[in-house]
Design a protein around this ligand. Structure first.
Ligand SMILES: [Zn+2]
Length: 370
């Protein structure tokens, strides 16, 4: 295992590249960010808004929302620019009471909203299949999040979709400059769908009929519906986005569910499980992502981050795993045996009954946990 010399991300992290100095593409990307001409980007956003208003026949834009801070930020920004949005949510089966509260708050900022719920029987089968086949319980969720709002935008003839942060531009240098558009290529590469589409998951148990909401629009003209990232036009930073959301009534949790922030990943009980799989597959957790961001933004040193990781352990979300197993109707022991089958043997070594990673970031890590 090797780690970025600036942040704490390992070479195993998908989408990350390292230069000769041992610095990761996310850190290099953050250096480039400093020189971005944000007023010019803001002007570009005004053009996007004007275009949408010209083409609009009712709703100017679709905003895919959850009950998260980014959603509140997106809605507030769009309202500031005089857009008439239609908000669309894929309703997670793991929605938390706080997630519902924050979603209600967002709707009361003054928007129309569709809370789209998929047949739980189909969702359960699909999630179980994605879990056992690819160790990616969040795959159906991501497929739904990308396709449902796009389908609705097409059906309502809405010319614009406004996404939040471009997660790809945060980690890869190359997408940084042209990364304003979300399209099929982006989803295939960065959308946590392993490059699959709904058709790839058809079998006797999951028919085309069952998977209807996961399919994209039958005819999608990317000139008619433009998908953009708000984070391209306005500097996206977790802390600042939270502050803006909070001034519009967004509430944080008493403590973080997973990772560092008590204002992120709090609207869904199952998202922590999606993140936790990184531990077996790549040897790091959500906390490492969050802390690396804090290092890049100058709010934390690398030493402080390492101390916090050591203190937190692997953050196995036991409570959420119980709820997830209830949803899937499987035992937790079965869940852990599935998770173990995705342990990456190129980094993990079994030694005297204990699994460990050689050359780990923290030499005196307590391996009994993991
Ligand atoms: Zn780095």
């Amino acid at each position: 295992m090797k780690y970025c010399t600036k942040c704490v991300l390992p070479t195993t992290r998908p989408g990350l590249t390292f230069d000769e100095a041992g610095v990761c593409s996310a850190c290099r990307s953050a250096e480039v960010r400093v020189s971005i001409d944000w007023p010019a980007r803001e002007l570009a956003f005004r053009h996007v808004v004007d275009n949408a208003k010209r083409k609009s026949t009712g709703y100017d834009c679709v905003i895919p929302v959850s009950g998260g801070k980014d959603s509140t930020w997106q809605v507030a920004k769009c309202k500031d620019y005089g857009l008439n949005p239609l908000c669309v949510t894929w309703r997670t089966p793991g929605r938390t009471p706080l997630g519902q509260k924050n979603l209600d708050n967002l709707i009361y900022l003054g928007v129309d909203h569709i809370d789209f719920q998929i047949n739980p029987k189909v969702e359960r089968k699909f999630t179980y299949k994605a879990l056992t086949k690819m160790g990616t319980p969040g795959l159906p969720m991501h497929m739904a999040i990308f396709n449902i709002p796009l389908n609705i935008a097409c059906r309502f003839n809405v010319p614009l979709m406004i996404w939040g942060e471009n997660t790809a531009s945060e980690y890869t240098g190359e997408a940084m400059h042209q990364g304003f558009r979300l399209d099929n290529e982006w989803v295939a590469r960065y959308g946590v769908t392993h490059g699959t589409v709904a058709r790839d998951w058809l079998d006797d148990e999951l028919t085309e009929h069952d998977l209807t909401p996961y399919f994209g629009p039958l005819s999608f003209d990317r000139e008619k519906v433009l998908g953009v990232f708000l984070g391209y036009y306005f500097s996206w930073d977790a802390e600042n986005v939270y502050k803006v959301a909070a001034t519009h009534g967004f509430e944080s949790a008493a403590r973080a569910k997973t990772g560092l922030y008590n204002y992120a990943d709090i609207d869904d009980d199952f998202i922590s499980i999606h993140h936790w799989f990184k531990w077996h597959k790549f040897g790091f957790t959500r906390l490492w992502d969050n802390l690396s961001l804090e290092i890049r933004n100058g709010r934390l040193t690398r030493e402080q981050a390492i101390y916090l990781i050591k203190d937190a352990g692997d953050q196995t979300p036991y409570e959420d795993i119980d709820k997830f197993c209830d949803f899937l109707d499987i035992s937790t022991s079965h869940f852990f045996s599935i998770a173990a089958s995705f342990r990456n043997s190129t980094i993990w070594r079994h030694d005297e009954g204990i699994w460990r990673i050689d050359d780990f970031l923290i030499p005196d890590w307590d391996w009994h946990e993991g």
